[in-house]
Design a protein around this ligand. Sequence first.
Ligand SMILES: NC(=O)C1=CN([C@@H]2O[C@H](COP(=O)(O)OP(=O)(O)OC[C@H]3O[C@@H](n4cnc5c(N)ncnc54)[C@H](O)[C@@H]3O)[C@@H](O)[C@H]2O)C=CC1
Ligand SMILES: O=C(CO)COP(=O)(O)O
Length: 331
Amino acid sequence: MSHVAVLGAGSWGTAFAKVLADAGRDVLLWARRPAVAEAISTTRTNPDYLPRLRLPAAVRASTDAAEAITGADLVVLAVPAQTLRGNLAEWARHLEPDSTLVSLMKGIELGTTKRMSEVIVETAGVAADRVVVVSGPNLAAEIADEQPAATVVACTDTDRATLVQASVSTPYLRPYTNDDVIGCELGGAVKNVIALAYGMTTAMGLGDNTRATLITRGLAETARLGVALGADPLTFAGLAGLGDLVATCSSPLSRNRTFGEHLGRGETLEQAQTATRQTAEGVKSCLAIRDLSRAHGVEMPITEQVERVCHEGADPRTAMAVLMSRKPRPE
Ligand SMILES: NC(=O)C1=CN([C@@H]2O[C@H](COP(=O)(O)OP(=O)(O)OC[C@H]3O[C@@H](n4cnc5c(N)ncnc54)[C@H](O)[C@@H]3O)[C@@H](O)[C@H]2O)C=CC1
Ligand SMILES: O=C(CO)COP(=O)(O)O
């Protein structure tokens, strides 16, 4: 069996490399920064992202993406959503002819409003049935700690989904296959936006009624967009929908929720960015999701307000008041 390339040695790429190794695969993990590759090779740790994790011997690191991709049957993409297109444009020529491309990213591209699998198909010039999306309630630090969790492996080609499922099945991670790529990707991207709102309400001292309302109405607007784009509404009741939304909103480990807490304390976007280092995808994706919803005539009031707080300087308390004063309607 050939090896797996994991491109991106941040939190999720690193934890996912461990999952693959624990499932019996050899992994070559591409790190952008030489210091990260060096730390993994010499100490088997990635102290900047997951300081407690010791990586298995089957994970090797490199700063050479061509070396990682060449000969790999699975190519896992774990870079920030907004850099994917540029990264893949450089990497695509090294892909093996029938390799499977696995997307771990939870975002929508600014400007194009494309999902990550669409960006992959377009940039790598591969058929859509070669792209597999992995999405679910999978906070990287908890997976790295081997705390039991489940996830979804979505692909329009069921055989390919089953192959990836086998490559990520471990005693602590239970993957389910699904053929609804659109629903799984939207669930992952929009929950980051709702988690920003949840973080704001947490910092504002609001309680469980407010937060349950946010989760439920957040899921309603996610499903509305999903149905307009051709997703199966049932996907949003599953791991890649409700599961991920609940995990992200309720966890202090979530970068999106944490970013929202900074905004809820009255900090500006710049202040929140300075205080947080890792990728909080919802901050940029809220713009793209808002544009996508407007293009399809789908109302997404929470997303609209998160975008206003993040990018138009709106006060989170005013945003909440706007949401509460919307026209009465049936559930
Ligand atoms: N961390 C988590 O718990 C989970 C994250 N995800 C998703 O995985 C994706 C990756 O996120 P994380 O690994 O958590 O982010 P991270 O912030 O921990 O790491 C991002 C990685 O991308 C690299 N990077 C940054 N800019 C780059 C560029 N211009 N070109 C190439 N590489 C660049 C960084 O050096 C770093 O290695 C995101 O879409 C996120 O939503 C999905 C599930 C769980
Ligand atoms: O996607 C995640 C959990 O499934 C991680 O969420 P954050 O990016 O907010 O940390």
